[in-house]
Each structure stands twice: as structure tokens, then as C-alpha cells.
Design a protein around this ligand. Sequence first.
Ligand code: WTA
Length: 639
Amino acid sequence: MSLKPRQAFMNTISSFSDYQQHYNRSIENPEAFWEDVANNFVWKKKWSKVLEWDFHKPEVKWFIGGKLNITENCIDRHLPKKANHTAIIWEPNDPKDEAKKITYQTLHDEVCKVANMLKANGIRKGDRVCIYMPMVPELAYAILGCARIGAVHSVVFAGFSAGSLVDRINDSGCKLVITADGTVRGDKKIELKAIVDEALKKCPSIERTIVLSRTSKLPFMKEGRDVWWHDEIKNVDAHCPAEAMDSEDLLFILYTSGSTGKPKGMVHTCGGYMVYTTYTFQTVFQYQEGQVYWCTADVGWITGHSYIIYAPLCAGATTVIFEGIPSYPDMGRFWQAIERHKVNIFYTAPTAIRSLEKAPLSFVERSDLSSLKILGSVGEPINEEAWHWYNKNIGKGKCPIVDTWWQTETAGFMISPIAHVTPLKPAHATLPLPGVQPAIMDENGKEVEGNNTEGRLTIKFPWPAIARTIYGDHQRFRDTYFSTFPGKYFTGDGCKRDENGYYRITGRVDDIIIVSGHNLGTAEIESAIDEHSAVCETAVVGFPHDIKGQGIYAFVICYNKPNEEDKLRNEIRETVSKIIGPISKPDKIQFVSGLPKTRSGKIMRRILRKVAEGDTSNLGDTTTLLDPSIVDEIKAGAL
Ligand code: WTA
């Protein structure tokens, strides 16, 4: 196989009956189905077998023996025809600053330079590189530069604290960090390099830090360890051969919260990830040549990896990278940027929609949104009110909303409408995409067949982009995802299936809460709160929050009854912010003298959830509690 330019990756589903046909084929003969899709990509060597799998082990391999480099698919193959087309539009934090347009040729040159810069700094295939950067074009170059030479990137969201960075760097044994002096988000400046310096005191594996100048600050630079991006990049050239990667070689690690305190490093590999994310991007958004596509996520999360960087670029699209926040300089920022860049496909999160919905409509009305064709939603269930507001005011009733359900672990869309193809139903992710075989399970671990049902959502057959393991802990991978319902991948979500077979995701059924679309483990927040010297024990649950979807409610036992409760609350919030990051700060902190525990010492979170929801009328059976009287105290003190 060669780098011969192929036709732009084709949309193959354009009607509901097409969908049904493709879906049926993907179930009856998954290997033939995915082989056809994979043939649309550039491979250096063809695979010898499409799939091997066993969900009991668990083990999944796709396109076995195939060799490829994802950056040739994201960049090189587009060059013969599209060297001067815009690959990336960068919209800076401050709208008064100039936006940048980066062509596919420039992207090629910059990615190759980063690849060479990494090599010059000792990075080889298989080495792990931590990326802790603002939303700037160089972040895309850094990611793709790693992929070019087969280094495994681990992007850490730049809102995480030094402590979180330490855990992630050490867990995967990164050798190098790429960061920036600082970042700006709205009117807030964050000194990223200072956070990295703090973290690196505890990260013995890091040999080198490459620092991009973004805020023109002069941070501390450690002799022999820290180098400037602009100095290093001068010394390298703009050509770098793309490393031949095995389909199953690691492409990246991305950490996601787990039910225990320790984040899970989800491992994604090269071949299946590329094929699946690109296919789903192309299919769900029905992407057309020349369209401008904007996903507002941060590249620090899976949405940014798959649907800002890899899939849109593989599809030859123009993808927007936005550095700022929806409320800066005012609540009309998204809409103005849509007008400025004539965005055709806009993909955001329910939490953003809910916060913008609260602003006067004049912020929307002053912008021309007529370029929009398709809207998307991701990250949490979108409530009907937000769905209707989005549909009416942003889509003007003409743009389908694709409510895409998926996860860090799935790497790509799983259950989602296909734009202009699937009849929509507000707040429903609708139907599984081709290749996706959901099964709803009841409490006893039996599959519930038929429609009008609900239960726990599992997937019973592998798709090409399923995570292969948790970095360094395959046993945890098995325990977390494949042991609850043996032989099936357990998503951790609850769902309903309506009379037409449409899926509605109802939310997490485990100890993960989703705050503003961010996955947070309650155990991780609890252990951060416990770090405060006044705190003895904590239980954290989610509660419904108007804008964030879920808020964080902490029940805290102190060693001594606090004198100044509000002061202590602020200190606790600061402790959490310092240990994990500001996104994990509890919204409500209730001081209690005990927690509802069973005789075996397990906290009955069901009760705490009810209290946090403000619904204490029926707390269910509390007789198995060690001390049932504690429930009355907790109810009386509810916030
Ligand atoms: C939730 C984000 C309802 C779900 C891509 C899932 C959703 C978790 C939706 C994964 C949706 C994501 N409707 N819930 N359209 N999309 N979720 O790993 O609970 O950050 O398990 O991946 O977000 O979050 P993650």
C-alpha cells in the first residue's frame, strides 16, 4: 500500500434505510464491514486478519499485522490536493487578537518539526510524553508530532493541579513534558510552568521539559532540564518520516476518573482508533468537503482528542481550536465566533448550552448563525429544555442535533443520531451506530430483550476503537469493565430503551459524577478533602445542578466541631482545588457527626444522594444501618 492520494473519505449512509442496511451488515459480518471502512485509509502494510477478541480475558485486536501512521492519514494524504486548504482555524482567547488559519501544508511542516524536536530531545518510539498545554495550535502539533514518531502522548487537561499531574506522569513513566509558560482563559491567567515545576519535584522519570512561550512571561527554567520550544524548533527541519506503527501499537494514554481514587490511564492503539473515530465523525456529522467544523471541548479530554484533532483531520476537514471560554468577553462569544468563521457544524456540551440559555437572547440575536447546518451535544444527558432552546435559538429549527453518547473508553461515538438520517427525539441518543451492539442488563445480570425497558448499558461485541487496557493494570481493566457482566463491556451508565428502540442515557450508576461534562470520581474527591487536617472522614455524592448537570455535595466529619463553618468550607475547597484542580471543588459541604454506614462499614450512598437531591420523603430501608439515628441528623442539616 502506498501514499497514493485516495478519494476523500466517502459518506456512505444517506437515508434511514441505508442506516438499517449498514447496521445489519455490521452485525452479521462485522469483519467484512470494518474491512471495507479500513480500506479508505492509507496503510503502509495491509492487515492479515481483521479481528481477534475475547471479552473474558479481555483482549481485543483489530487489523492485525497492519502497519500505518495516523499522521499520514491526518496530513500527508491530503497534501496533493489540499496543501493550501485550511486544516485548523485557531480562535484565540481574546477576540481582539487575530485568529490563525493553518493550512494542511503548514500543519505538515510544523508537525514534522515537532517530531524532529522530540527526537533531538531523546524521544523514541514507545516513550511516553506528557502534554500539558493551552488550547493553541502547537498543542495539535505536539500531539501529532508524538504520533509521527510513535511516541505515546498523555495529554493532561491544563486545569488540573500539580498533584494530578504528578499522578499521571508517574503512572505512565513519562520522559518528557511539553508545556507553556502560561495560559489565559477568559480574564484569568494560569502559570502552567510553575505548576509543572511543582509537579516535577515528584516525577523522577522526567528528563526534559519543552516550554512554549504563550504569555511572554519568563518562568523559572531549570538548567539541563528545561528548554524553550522556539529555541529547539529553530534547529530542526520540516521533514520527518512517519514511523511505521503496528495497528495495535499504543497511540496514546488518556486518564479518566475511576471509582477508586486513582485515575485510569486508558490505552488506545493506532489502527482501530483511526478507523473508528474517522468513520463515526464522517457518518454522524455527514461531513461535506469544505465545511468548517467546531467542537468546543478541550483537547485534554477524549472529545478533543478524537473530534478536534484526529478524526476531523483524517477526514480532511477544517477544524476550529478555541482557546477561550463561552462567557468571555461576554455570553455571545460562541455565536460571534460561529459568524466569524462561518461554522457549519457546531458540537458542544449541555452544560455550556444551559449556561448560555440563561443569558439574554440578544447575545444570540446579534450574530448571524445562518452558516450552521448541524449541531451536536456530548458529555452528559441533554435535558429537554436545553435541547429545545438549542434547537430553536441556535439551529433555528433547521439543524439536526446529534446527541452523541460515548466515553473515553469507547474513543468514538457509540449511540447517536446520524444527521439528516435518524429521526430525532429530544434528550435521546437514539440508535447504535453501525458496529455497535448494545445490551441492557437487569440487576441480576440478565439481558433484557425487547423495547420499553431499562437497565444497565453494556456492549456485547467489540468495535475498533475500544480501549485495550488500563496502562500498567490490566486486572483493573478487567475488574472495572468486564467483570460485572461477564463477556460484556459494562459502560457504567444506566439507560432506557423506548417503544421504538431508541436509547436514552439516564446517567452513571457507579461512583462517578459528571460535573459540567467532566467525569469525576467521588473517591478521588473524598481523599482530597480528607487531606485537610481538620477532616476525619468524607462522603461525596452528586446532586442535580441547573447548569453543571451535577454538582458536588460533600458530607464531612471533622475531628472537632468546627467553630467557623464557612471558613473551613473555603479551606476545604482550596485543598481540593490544589490537589485535583478547581473543577472538583465541592459546591456544598455539610458537616455531620457520622455517616450512614451498614454494619459491614459500607457507606449507604443511596441515602446521601437522596438528601443531596433534597428528597428525603422516602429514604428506603434504613434498618440495616449501624446507627439509624444519624439519618435524622443528616436530614435536619441538609443544605
Ligand atoms: C456521559 C465523554 C448522556 C456518560 C465523551 C458517559 C453522556 C460519560 C453523553 C463519559 C450523552 C457522554 N448523553 N450521557 N450524549 N455523552 N455521557 O469519558 O455518563 O468524559 O459514561 O467521555 O459521559 O464521559 P467521558
